[in-house]
Ligand binder design. Sequence first.
Ligand code: CMC
Length: 430
Amino acid sequence: MTETAKIVVGGKEYTYPVIRGTENDKGIDMGSFRKDSSYISLDPGYGNTGACESAITYIDGEKGILRYRGYPIEQLAEQSTFVEVAYLLIHGELPAADELKSFSQDLSQHSMIHEDMKNFFLGFPNTGHPMAILSAMVNVLSAYYPELLKPDPSHDDINIIARELLAKVRTMAAFSYKKTIGEPFVYPKTNLPYVPNFLNMMFTTPTQDYQIDDIEVKALRTFLILHADHEQNCSASTVRLVGSSHANLFASVSAGISALWGPLHGGANQKVVEMLEQIHSNGGHYQKHIDLAKDKKSGVRLMGFGHRVYKNFDPRAKIIKNLAHQLLKKKGVKDPLLDIAINLEEIVLKDDYFIERKLYPNVDFYSGLILRAIGIPTDMFPVMFAIGRLPGWIAHWIEQVKDPNSKIGRPRQIYVGSKKREFVPIEKRS
Ligand code: CMC
């Protein structure tokens, strides 16, 4: 028997089918509710609204479960590479050895950006935030691939666009950084794998070549894997919404980068380190900061704490905390901010305000410490998140545009503005 849900409103009863996912997620398919009843469902922040069915990522926020295409994040973080995870997210299955080799080679061979694009980088002021530059440059890629920007791209076209974007994003990210510090750009090396190639472009200077450090490479690779997707978060939903108008992948991802930039989303990793630095320079006055975060009038939040979905722990935060410890230990770095983070976490986890609201450290709480130990500057942190999230955005965009039932995204609203009134010409207005 089909499971149904009944909604009674305005003296009438409406029946809708219940939808269950493969992991028993439950939803009510009430897309025709407005048409049937003239009522809409109001859900600011979409905390209770399913915008689509998706086969990419599964999260159970109560149990702290995160899986990409069914594979637990813990296993991927430990045993996989970022390029393999990117393949998995985009193509839906793990690659065979020859598929991974050719995917990886493709990414290396296409990592160079068009030489003319350098002019765009040169035009940005040095003070420009690298996220502003990255978002703009990803959109600019649309201008270089007009032949691929068809309204209904084939799978082959999509694979090429996805490859170009994945391959070039780290070059554009590294160029953004070099631009902001006024150093010459370092070109990608086609013989280097994904992560070392990026680090080489970031840290080779006119006087010194970057020496590949396996510990850093492993840490950054894991960081990228942990950020690779997170189902219908703000930036992925943005990519899907923009893609729902049949905007191309570059334009959609550029919008996703802008959404990610916000301090409540991917900008949080930068804000966490700034917060820890502030506590450090205040002589370690944790309580002052915690009290401010609890005071609604202050407008301050404890950055790196809380999550819309995770209500017991963020599985990514667990992995990244261990990774931060290991990296600093192996590199022999003593970062006072790590101690501050650990102490802050300990105090906060015993505080009723945070316990009652189920606020735990999220992925961003410790991730900045890893990036800092590698030498990545603070304003590049959201860019690192963007590089990591790219395979997820691509997978969501493909799922959106290839879904035969997808429609342009267009939420409704409850209008609370003025009732109808007559226009008064300016000379008659008092
Ligand atoms: N510090 C202090 N209070 C908080 C915090 C925080 N970090 N997060 C939530 N609260 C309070 C909030 O004030 C509210 O209190 P009350 O019920 O008394 O009004 C309650 O907890 C619920 O908060 P909410 O804003 O309704 O929760 P949300 O699900 O809309 O927001 C969040 C989730 C992540 C935006 C939020 O927890 C936050 O702003 N955290 C800090 C920023 C951050 O670390 N962001 C990174 C998120 S993980 C990376 C990613 O995937 O983007």
